[in-house]
Design a protein around this ligand. Sequence first.
Ligand code: 6GU
Length: 242
Amino acid sequence: MNFYILTLFPEMVSQAMHTSIIGKAVERGLLHIEAINIRDYTRDKHMKTDDYPYGGGAGMVMQAQPVYDAYCAVKERIGYTPRTVYLTPQGPTFTQNMAKEMAIEKNMVFLCGHYEGVDERVLEEIVTDYVSIGDYVLTGGELPAMVMVDAISRMVPGVLTNETSGISESFEGGLLEYPQYTRPFQWNQKEAPGVLLSGDHQKIEEWRREQSILRTQKYRPDLLKEADLTIKEKALYRISDL
Ligand code: 6GU
């Protein structure tokens, strides 16, 4: 899968996206992550990419032309109109389901805004999806773009290996993940749960399932309404269908 990130701060993106599991997947040729410097596409003699907002007000607005030309260069390489995300707190909040759904794309473009935003006319022209990563304000779209690229990449077949599998993890079945333990058996006067050392795989699975439900109930009760629970589990944990 190919990710093209349009940004005024390409170094910020390139660094982070070439380390750890994502970096390994890039090395293995499963992912291509490219930061495209919007400034390379300015036609201004002073390399300017922003200007004062019409109507006045604080801050600067990113101009349409450099963004559009950067986008068109990518589109030309891809050969069709790609799914293009504009990172903005005004969009719907990014979810695991969105990550899964976007992972089937062959190419995706991310536009990172800065300052007070981007000229609305170029957004109307190129953006297919407006996405926020949560209800707080950031200084730019780079971190949100990297959050999305990470979450989407994990869902691309082959990116997660056996050791880093995504089968049993938070949000699978709409539940949080169960707690994990490793050696030593006793640490800081605390023992690991005995069932995990019992060798009884059925019991271990039952215990983990219970822990997942209890954790979700305690920390994210809002998730339970949508979670995949059996009728028995709903009765046992007093989870209503309403
Ligand atoms: Cl996607 N962008 C910015 N600038 N701030 C945000 C955001 C995005 N999501 C939450 N806050």
